[in-house]
Design a protein around this ligand. Structure first.
Ligand SMILES: [Zn+2]
Length: 372
């Protein structure tokens, strides 16, 4: 019943609509039209105002044909840079870009799959529960749409997020993350005339970083320093250097330990140099996510996959997505693969047959959910 040609056409149309984070207005307007045509009531929450974007999260209520518990289908509308003026190239079953931008399959594959599934339900008058479609904003800039999502507007308490790559996999576990923002202060001096009056902030930072465990810490913990900026001129002993990084772990205790370790390395390096100082700010970016394999949404998904002759493997992912936030906020959601590949690169591509496979499993989930 899923129509590959229609799914592909909608996907190609969506990737051609620019929708960088905070600029999801045009794509929201297009999806608004799509969902109203399918009999949904469409509204927006105030998340757009909170993040100073063009539009809030799009929340559509598709009335059910049964009184079964409502089901949530969620994907994000924004894409990363370089993501403007996307020129998709269709090569048989594969869709890629012309190499100058990302494709935006992250996450327009998810958006297109959700729209096709709702369309098939209406077109074939299939039984379905009330469906809450949520298309979020600003996923790519810290899950801001999901963090500001007005849950009062949602009827569903469980469902699927479509925002990961491999078809046949569902992500049920994801790490929590802390960001770490450091300013190391030294003392400026003329590097040629009076270097002994100076204290190099770069040198202090270098000592701290050299002593730090980074990269893959263990099988569920990673850490990275991604940005370093400092110094004014080659003839001035640098007074200040800024370093930004992160730590992630599936285990909250390990996350705390790694974050403290990073903080301590900066403080200890500063303490070895009288007059140096490290200002360290730690912020929680998102909480870890764990949905057990026997949770109701997982039982529903496994049964649906079996019905379509497929199997779905639950897995842990290394990044955060809207599902992290929604689980933490009391919903039960897992993240289903859509077929997007090499995301966040200009080599991004996907196979239409993978999107179709994900849509078929989703349609089966909807049918089973209709039965209660
Ligand atoms: Zn995504």
């Amino acid at each position: 019943m899923i129509r590959s040609d229609r799914l592909q056409a909608l996907f190609l149309e969506l990737v051609r609509i620019d929708s960088l984070s905070r600029r999801e207005g045009r794509i929201a307007a297009r999806l608004d039209r799509e969902l109203r045509e399918l009999g949904a009531e469409v509204a927006y929450d105030d998340a757009g105002r909170a993040v100073q974007g063009e539009v809030g999260n799009l929340i559509a209520h598709v009335p059910g044909t049964t009184a079964a518990p409502p089901l949530l289908l969620c994907a994000h509308m924004d894409t990363v840079e370089p993501g403007e003026g996307v020129q998709p190239v269709v090569d048989g079953d594969v869709i890629r870009t012309d190499g100058t931008t990302v494709l935006g399959g992250d996450d327009k594959s998810g958006v297109a799959i959700v729209c096709e599934c709702v369309r098939v339900c209406r077109e074939h008058a299939l039984p379905h529960p009330p469906i809450d479609v949520v298309f979020t904003i600003c996923e790519e800039v810290g899950l801001l749409g999901a963090k500001h999502l007005d849950l009062e507007r949602l009827r569903a308490r469980r469902g699927l997020v479509f925002d990961s790559d491999a078809v046949g996999f569902v992500f049920t576990r994801a790490p929590g993350a802390n960001s770490i923002d450091v300013v190391v202060h030294g003392r400026a001096a003329h590097a040629g005339m009076a270097p002994e009056r100076g204290l190099s902030a770069i040198r202090v930072a270098a000592e701290a970083i050299a002593a730090m465990r980074l990269g893959r810490i263990d099988d569920e913990t990673t850490a990275n320093l991604g940005i370093i900026k400092g110094g004014r001129a080659v003839n001035i002993v640098p007074e200040e250097v800024h370093i930004r990084g992160e730590a992630r772990s599936h285990d909250p205790a390990k996350l705390a330990a790694q974050t403290e370790h990073m903080q301590r390395c900066f403080e200890e390096a500063a303490a070895r140099h009288p007059g140096a100082r490290a200002e360290v700010k730690v912020a929680r970016e998102y909480e870890p996510m764990v949905v057990p394999d026997d949770a109701p949404i997982m039982r529903l998904l496994q049964a649906a996959a079996a019905q379509t002759g497929r199997s779905i493997t639950s897995a842990g992912m290394g990044g955060g997505c809207d599902a992290n936030v929604l689980n933490r906020r009391g919903l039960e959601v897992v993240n289903l693969g859509t077929g997007m590949r090499e995301i966040h690169t200009t080599k991004e591509w996907l196979r239409v047959t993978d999107m179709v496979a994900a849509a078929e499993v989703t349609l089966a989930v909807i049918q089973l959910a209709a039965a209660g």
